[in-house]
Design a protein around this ligand. Structure first.
Ligand code: FE2
Length: 377
């Protein structure tokens, strides 16, 4: 049975949710009221600014009836109702996270063990939307990457993949870019060399958060694709040497790309990015575009480089990688803020033609949440 009690001065109430006492402040409850004067009934957007709510807002009454909490506020003399399930889902009376590098619920780090269970979707199924698309997007949000099979093999098919969940992010490389051997490469990605696993374009601010790579032709030997979970790599670094993790999170690196006369992209961001409360939210790792790091104090630069070296060794460890070959009509989607990708070297014989483009992960997460709300899960 759920009970509620007010604090003596009405600053907060305590709700007993299934034996778990949760406190909610008067001002928080008032600002989050769900009534039609506070929130627009159609789109749910808040109609009030905080300045419209008295700073001295108190709770003067609270009671529970039929899985709803009814509360009254003074001095407004206003009474509103909350669903108990909504309050349970938004309860904030919990200990602040203490450890640096915690992961949000639903994010699962992985290593080469995921090779036997690569998140895969069939393009024909995904294109129908609904639960199949929800399930595949759910895996992409959980693991930071997903493969697609059985797609069309025509020029521009990668846009059909983006259409499943969002919109293309156009850059100076165009709406999409071609990945195949070129005689005069302006970027090492366009040659047959193998590449160290990396996140793309860390020199952009904001960085492209999703990359799609789509295979149209593949008869050259080699050229397997490989992905590494940057979160798992960062957490392994933390487990091995916390000072290494901390120095890469504390200081910004510099990234840059000036591959032609029209382009001079630069960013100043850390290799391991934490939210202010310590959540691990991003990894940037790209040896080709690391600029001169000059924001680390002299006394810590040697440690910074040792940490950078060790992170690279962890990323290069085969125990961390999942490899797969993309056949024509197959693609992969990566969360470029988390999962590094690479290509093994391939020979010049035969052809290998891929097309790549960027998109944004807020759209991908939005599609997943909307489908989950619609179809459950
Ligand atoms: Fe790349």
């Amino acid at each position: 049975m759920t009970t509620v009690s007010l604090s003596p001065n009405g600053d907060f109430l305590t709700l007993d949710l299934s034996g778990q006492p949760c406190r909610f402040h008067a001002i928080w409850l008032r600002d989050n009221a769900q009534d039609s004067e506070t929130r627009a009934p159609g789109n749910g957007q808040r109609l009030l600014a905080l300045r419209d709510i008295p700073a001295e807002t108190k709770l003067v009454a609270a009671e529970i009836a039929e899985s709803k909490l009814q509360v009254s506020f003074a001095p407004e003399d206003k009474t509103v109702e909350f669903d108990l399930s909504w309050l349970a889902a938004n309860a904030y009376d919990k200990a602040a996270p203490m450890e640096k590098g915690w992961l949000s619920e639903g994010v699962e780090p992985w290593d080469s063990g995921l090779m036997s269970d690569v998140p895969v979707g069939d393009f024909q199924d995904l294109a129908k939307g609904g639960p199949a698309l929800r399930d595949w997007l759910g895996k992409v949000t959980r693991y930071g990457f997903g493969k697609i099979e059985n797609g069309p093999t025509e020029d521009g098919a990668l846009f059909d993949v983006v259409d499943l969940f969002g919109y293309v992010r156009e850059t100076n490389y165009g709406r999409h870019f071609e990945v195949r051997t070129e005689v005069n490469p302006t970027n090492l990605a366009f040659t047959g060399l193998g590449l160290q696993a990396h996140t793309d374009n860390p020199y952009r601010d904001p960085v492209p958060t999703v990359q799609v790579l789509y295979c149209l032709e593949s008869s050259a030997a080699g050229g397997e694709n490989m992905v590494v979970d940057g979160f798992a790599a960062a957490l392994r670094l933390r487990a091995e040497n916390e000072a290494y993790f901390n120095v890469l999170a504390k200081y910004c690196a510099r990234f840059e790309y000036a591959g032609d006369a029209e382009t001079c992209l630069q960013s100043r961001r850390p290799m391991i990015e934490l939210a202010p409360d310590g959540e691990l939210i991003g990894v940037r790792f790209n040896n080709r575009s690391l600029g001169a790091v000059n924001d680390v104090p002299f006394e810590e630069m040697a440690s910074y480089y040792a940490a950078y070296r060790r992170l690279g060794e962890i990323i290069d460890d085969e125990a961390m990688e999942v490899t797969f070959r993309l056949e024509p009509g197959e693609a992969f989607v990566v969360d470029n803020t988390r999962v590094l990708h690479a290509r093994k070297a391939y020979s010049g014989a035969g052809t290998r033609w891929l097309q790549g483009c960027y998109a944004d992960k807020d759209g991908l997460w939005s599609k997943f949440s909307a489908l989950s709300a619609q179809f459950g899960g």
